[in-house]
Design a protein around this ligand. Structure first.
Ligand SMILES: [Zn+2]
Length: 367
């Protein structure tokens, strides 16, 4: 497919994106070309585009945009199992396939990992970013078929553009084996990760969901999702561990999901760790940077686990799509605010205002 397209590019770290006209890419033999319909805007995006963090930006100017959903419009010559017209979410996680972790079947541990349209984790992630040089703020992008989540009709492109943060929460809940009858606590529940985790935990059958956060308005919205299963605490209103134990027959929770932001206080996480049941698992998917004081002896005596989780597999993305199709994951609770491509910088300014996790800010590159 020849021709030109509009695409938002980062020319210099910290500067607004510019909408440029570039050539439509050709898919390589095992890739597909996708007409992007929606791409998500997430809280961390402004920090990454500042170019001041540890992440390796692609060579500038770079086409950016992390969580894209759209329609397959062209197939590479060796592609099978995908059809033109398929509605898909593109998992942007790029793994090299060749490192010891990839060869062991652990792509989320890839030591050359990168996010298409966003950044590389290592300087040697660059070749992967160059192989897939277009992000989701483009009218078209290429992707490998292994990274496509096929979307059922029940999932809109705008909802699928939220799959990155939803999937991160989903994989973490799976790390903690959350299922029917589970009791979980979510620290930082009012943000994008926390609201997604709450919707997913409801779908997975957790019967006690205890949300910890700051934004009282969003806390009330969360409680209203399922008042008989969800309870919420505004941080600072009560000691966390006591509050949680008071709502779990004195036992505590099976899983603590920590979604604390970069600038959050580690003291809240430390307090929340005290709410874990014996044998419980704490999973960190937040960006908390302040050192965390823990008592290792408690982890021994109570057989506790503290672990991290960074993203999700395409298979997990497909499971979320099936949950949404079956109605057990209710994505209609998210409120979409959509912007045309020309207003991509306005959408980034909107997310900087921290509107709360129910708000789903997206860009529609096709308008
Ligand atoms: Zn690898």
């Amino acid at each position: 497919m020849a021709g030109t397209m509009r695409c938002a590019r980062l020319h210099r770290g910290g500067e607004p994106l510019r909408v440029d006209t570039v050539e439509v890419p050709q898919p390589r033999p095992r890739d597909v070309l996708i007409a992007v319909k929606a791409c998500g805007i997430i809280p961390n995006m402004n920090a990454i585009f500042s170019g001041r963090l540890w992440n390796q930006l692609p060579p500038l100017p770079a086409s950016v945009g992390l969580d894209a959903a759209g329609v397959v419009t062209q197939l590479g010559s060796e592609v099978a199992g995908v059809s033109v017209g398929d509605r898909v979410y593109v998992n942007p996680w790029l793994s090299c396939g060749a490192c010891p972790y990839c060869r062991a079947g652990e792509p989320l541990l890839c030591n050359a990992a990168a996010f298409q349209g966003y950044f590389g984790f290592f300087p040697h992630s660059l070749p992967q970013l160059l192989s897939y040089p277009f992000g989701g703020f483009s009218e078209y992008m290429t992707a490998s078929v292994q990274r496509l989540v096929h979307l059922p009709p029940q999932v809109t492109f705008e909802q699928a553009a939220r799959f990155g943060y939803l999937g991160t929460s989903f994989a973490a809940l799976r790390c903690g084996e959350v299922g029917g009858g589970s009791a979980i606590a979510i620290n930082g529940v009012t943000g994008t990760l926390g609201v997604g985790a709450t919707l997913l935990a409801l779908g997975l059958g957790a019967t006690r969901i205890l949300g910890l956060g700051r934004n009282r308005e969003v806390l009330a919205q969360l409680k209203a999702l399922a008042p008989e299963r969800i309870d919420v605490l505004a941080l600072g209103d009560a000691p966390i561990a006591d509050w949680v134990r008071g709502r779990t027959n004195g036992l505590g929770v099976d899983v603590l999901l920590d979604c604390s932001g970069r600038a959050a206080a580690a003291a809240h996480t430390a307090d929340a760790l005290g709410a874990l049941k014996r044998g419980g698992v704490a999973v960190n998917i937040g960006a908390l940077t302040e050192p965390l004081a823990i008592e290792p002896i408690r982890f021994m005596t109570a057989r506790l686990t503290f672990r991290g989780s960074n993203w999700f597999t395409t298979g997990e993305g497909q499971l979320m799509a099936e949950m949404a199709a079956a109605g057990v994951l209710d994505l209609s609770r998210l409120t979409t605010r959509a912007f045309p491509l020309a207003e991509v910088n306005t959408s980034l300014a909107e997310v900087a205002k921290r509107p709360g996790g129910f708000v789903n800010i997206v860009v529609n590159p096709d308008r």
